[in-house]
Design a protein around this ligand. Sequence first.
Ligand code: F0G
Length: 485
Amino acid sequence: MGENPTDLQSGRSNSSALKQLATVIALRCVECASLYPGVSEHPRYRCDCGGVLDVDAKIHYPLQQEPALQAGFETLATSESDVKPFAGAHWRQLFEERASHSPTWPVNVVTQLPDSSGVWRYRELILPIPEQYIVSRPEGNTCLYPVGRENCGNHRAGHRQIGHYAGLDYLFLKHEGENPTGSFKDRGMTVGVTMANLLGARAVACASTGNTSASLASYAAQLGLPGIVFLPSTHVAAGKLAQSLAYGATTVQIEGDFDDAMRLVEQVCNELGIYLLNSLNPFRIEGQKAIGFELLQQLAWEAPDWLVLPAGNLGNTSAIGKAFRQAHRLGLIAHVPRIAAVQASGANPFFRSFMNGFVSREYVQAQTIATAIKIGDPVSYSRARQVIEESNGVVEEVSDEEILAAKAVIDRSGIGCEPASAATLAGARKLVERGIIKREERVVGILTGNLLKDSQTGIPQPKQGDAITASIEAVRRALANKISF
Ligand code: F0G
């Protein structure tokens, strides 16, 4: 092992943990339902039919030794009619208990703190592996901001402007830009890199519009594994590129767009035995489910009516939809929220497919100022289509102008986000205007990335000559008409 360049492994794989994992997970093709082993020496990212794969796991409640009882808690990710409301209270209690400990790092003790991660706190529903293999910052634990006209609370006049703009009384924004590398990608990456660790991979790679690469670079650096990222040579926000370079990933800029980079990285990973960490890797999707579990827990397990999010490669739509479906089957929530995926109108293949009733899959040459979602051939199309259909969801499109206007509202509220994230608010507003989301319905919107990722787009830039002399008179003049005393 580790001799042939196409071998994935360096010889450090952890065979007993892998064998154990193989007994509880399988990979299922989203297109034709073919089943494959959940783990193998040569990882599989697609079915023989070309379809993408989904993790199909047996979910076990921990410490339930009695076989008859255990059967009552066991659930297959795919089983349709298997809702277990009675188990819900036990799961809720377990997650509440784990969330209630504040993390401590006893000096001189090598320890893992999975309960303090907003991903691994839900580990039975994410990836059932021994804790010593987990690679975590930790991540998650992001704020859920109440910003609706009615649910905003005191001292949040600025935040309430968001509710006014959307036209919603009960709106929450979950800010995934508060993750360690500034985007939701860390939730999938902690699981992807943990799998790389378990498999003994010798290198990891991804194609990216910037955030996945920043996250991969960071987690690969943490583990001490070479990271390779493929980026479009233009239209990657400077902050994201800087992260990949600073964290020490081999950064390959491709003369082409994300879709070109994606095709190449898949080929390169298969040829050179590098572990692929795009959301084509189904374990990334398992980690991103934690956004759904965490927001439900923050809402005391009262599911909202709607979940609104920006959509590009469609991994996140797929992941959150799967989380809601599983949470419902486990009895954690009483109903599955409707999902609204929002695309930029210049990068709207999923919207076009939705508009034709998903009769045909559409592709576009993508163009938008929201570079994170500038994608014309989304990898997780089939997974996300299932989610929209199952949840009675919708797909919306918004123009770049609408994205920038919504971003200005989020920024001015003091919360702030990167451009792609603002598609959430622009989309919610449009769906309220069209009467699809009702103004009194409870809505959670996802902000996917941090304001600092892209400090150029949609932000007033300081002009040369703006500086004033360091005198009180000059300061008085500069502030005249700005504040009324
Ligand atoms: N918002 C941000 C900030 C993103 O970075 C992405 C995707 C999305 C939304 C869309 O999520 O792809 O799961 O539908 N960024 C990927 C990347 C493509 O490479 O960082 P999706």
